[in-house]
Design a protein around this ligand. Structure first.
Ligand code: DGT
Ligand code: CA
Ligand code: CA
Ligand code: ZN
Length: 580
């Protein structure tokens, strides 16, 4: 488990303790422990193994034991006891700005409000006035907070969903009760956020397979158990569906359960016009003969169309394109040759230059940019120009030593007026430059557009990092005129990033598709601050595939020399314009 997940469990304990009426100092201890786990700077797993876990602030032997249990099983006895006392959605209430534990308890006890959905209904029905503690002002501010939380029930991010669903698939495989297992649903389509997880498998004995599924270590609660399907809950609000079929229709079920619903509806309509009926059980023709498929590709083949990659199954024009065999070959993880945005302990990363270089080499990367933050980003340990020079020397001397070429780089803040956080003389010493907006989100659309256009025109800015600034299920980005910015990026030879961090996936697929249409080059970057972040690249590639990107559109599918040629072309053009 990742530190952030363990911290989330500790915070959940703290919240539930408050509901349970535990004294303040006790709940505070768990909150403090949650924060220090989050900020530990190294995996809690390692600290447990080394016996150093109690060096974390707020972690004594009692909490350490619980952390150990959470790390291995995803939960602990105390948390489960607390959870059993309250409806599972009650902690949601605490995510509404203005609701603390006391208010949440009275909402629950006096009106039976057990989650955000209930709260919305109660607000709409003007029920809150019945609670004596809530004045009209508080109610008004709750209403506006709820309106801003317009995303409804929280969806989990792809990163967490991907890890968990593949862990479940792996555990099922190891249970020895199934033949084939696959992750389906929105995770397979690489949607940035996920509602529930969908696993499908084949087995000679469905009962036995579902028994194994219900008994997996990550199961907190079994919510449904049928003959061929089951649903479990694997943590706060994470629901997992499992379907079991015979081997002969694995392909049909995988196609069905991968969705999206919109894609399936369109596919069925198209099949119907050809006299065929598509379902999860097979394809039925006019004579009511059913043909099943062990392989998913056979379903699309039977319908006379090209195979549609799961990422594209969103119900847009993919079926028309597939009928014309016009879906291009999409960029794949194996096409990626290097990485152009990563941090080290010179700024806010957790590893040294050497360690990151080794990790990149282990993953088969040919090159890695070391792009620590610039001076303006002092909260993230940004480098002054002088430190950047030392940084460059260190990066260059480590290049090729660990089997990977290193680029001396920096993620340089784009300031409010669009100027860069280092002067041009400094930027031109670097091999490649990422320019990012990290502050001043509130400016008008016009102002932000001008800000980005100025950065894009700078001959030394090669990649715009996380171009919208949005955080998934978190904050909205700044506003800007996407077409104007993308056209300028294409014209200037400035790449736009798909930041592969699951909290970002920025550009998203829709914007990346537009950028691609307008001729932009895209860099898929993990923006790694630690080793395992490098594995997030798959989510960036998934987003690129969703956008319909080909290998040729992606900068870091090119060789190191070709990446340098991309940088040089922009500089040469910019410098010759400035000279003349
Ligand atoms: P999610 O869970 O909200 O992130 O999104 P999905 O796409 O994973 O949706 P989910 O879990 O409700 O269903 C999994 C797949 O099952 C879905 O992508 C397509 C299929 N499916 C579910 N409901 C329907 C339906 O009413 N009609 C059709 N044609 N397919 C459905
Ligand atoms: Ca799902
Ligand atoms: Ca589902
Ligand atoms: Zn970064």
């Amino acid at each position: 488990m990742e530190n952030s997940e363990i911290a989330a469990r500790l915070a959940e304990i703290a919240a539930l303790m408050e509901f349970d009426g535990e004294p303040f100092f006790k709940t505070k201890a768990y909150e403090r422990a949650a924060r220090s786990v989050e900020d530990a700077g190294q995996p809690v797993r390692d600290m447990l193994a080394a016996g150093t876990i109690e060096t974390l602030a707020g972690v004594g032997s009692a909490i350490a034991k619980k952390i150990d249990a959470i790390q291995t099983t995803g939960t602990c006895k105390y948390l489960e006891e607390l959870r059993a006392k309250f409806p599972p959605t009650i902690v949601e209430l605490l995510s509404v700005p203005g609701i603390g534990a006391k208010t949440a308890i009275s909402l629950y006890q006096e009106l039976g409000i057990a989650g955000i959905d209930d709260l919305r209904k109660a607000v709409a029905a003007r029920m809150l006035v019945k609670i004596p503690r809530l004045g009209p002002k508080t109610i008004a501010s709750l209403e506006s907070a709820l309106a801003r939380m317009s995303f409804g029930p929280r969806r989990m991010r792809l990163g967490q969903a991907w890890e968990l669903s593949h862990a479940i698939a792996r555990a099922l495989r190891e249970s020895g009760t199934v033949n084939c297992v696959a992750v389906a649903g929105s995770v397979r389509r690489m949607e940035p956020t996920v509602g529930d997880l969908d696993i499908i498998c084949t087995s000679p004995d469905a009962t036995q397979a579902l028994e194994a599924f219900s008994a997996l270590p990550m199961v907190a609660r079994v919510s449904q158990r049928g003959i061929s399907k089951g649903t479990i809950v694997a943590g706060p609000g994470i629901s997992v569906d499992c379907r079991v079929v015979p081997d002969r229709c694995f392909g049909n079920l995988l196609q069905h359960f991968t969705g999206s619903k919109e894609h399936n509806v369109k596919l069925r309509e198209y099949a119907k016009r050809r006299g065929l009926k598509v379902s999860e059980n097979g394809i039925e023709d006019r004579e009511r003969r059913v043909v099943t498929a062990t392989e998913e590709a056979a379903v699309y083949e039977a319908l006379g169309m090209q195979f549609i990659p799961p990422e594209l199954r969103v119900g847009l024009d993919e079926i028309d394109l597939a009928r014309k065999h016009a879906i291009p070959e999409l960029v794949a993880l194996g096409d990626i040759r290097g990485e152009l945005h990563a941090h080290t302990d010179w700024s806010d990363g957790r590893r040294s230059i050497e360690e990151m270089a080794r990790a990149a080499a282990q993953r088969g990367r040919e090159y890695l940019s070391i792009s620590d933050h610039s001076q303006g980003r002092s909260v993230a340990g940004g480098l002054t120009a002088a430190r950047l020079q030392e940084h460059t020397v260190s990066v260059r001397s480590a290049s090729e030593k660990y089997g990977v070429r290193l680029f001396a780089s920096s993620e340089v803040d784009i300031r409010a007026d669009g100027s860069m956080d280092f002067p041009d003389e400094v930027l031109r010493q670097l091999d490649i430059v990422v320019g990012s907006i990290h502050s001043g989100f509130a400016g008008s659309k016009d102002k932000q557009t001008r800000r980005l256009l100025r950065a894009i025109a700078n001959p030394y800015v090669n990649i715009v990092g996380h171009p919208t600034g949005a955080i998934l299920e978190g904050r909205a980005g700044y506003e800007f005129d996407a077409d104007a910015v993308f056209e300028a990026a294409a014209r200037n030879g400035t790449a736009l990033e798909i930041n592969a961090n699951p909290a970002r996936l920025d550009l998203n697929a829709a914007l990346a598709r537009r950028a691609f249409e307008l001729g932009c080059t895209i860099a898929i970057d993990s923006d790694a601050h630690d080793f395992e972040d490098m594995d997030n690249l798959r989510f960036g590639v998934g987003t690129a595939r969703k956008a319909g990107l080909t290998k040729a559109a992606v900068l870091n599918t090119r060789s190191a020399d070709d990446v340098m040629a991309f940088v040089r072309a922009k500089r040469d053009k910019g410098e010759s314009v400035r000279r003349s």
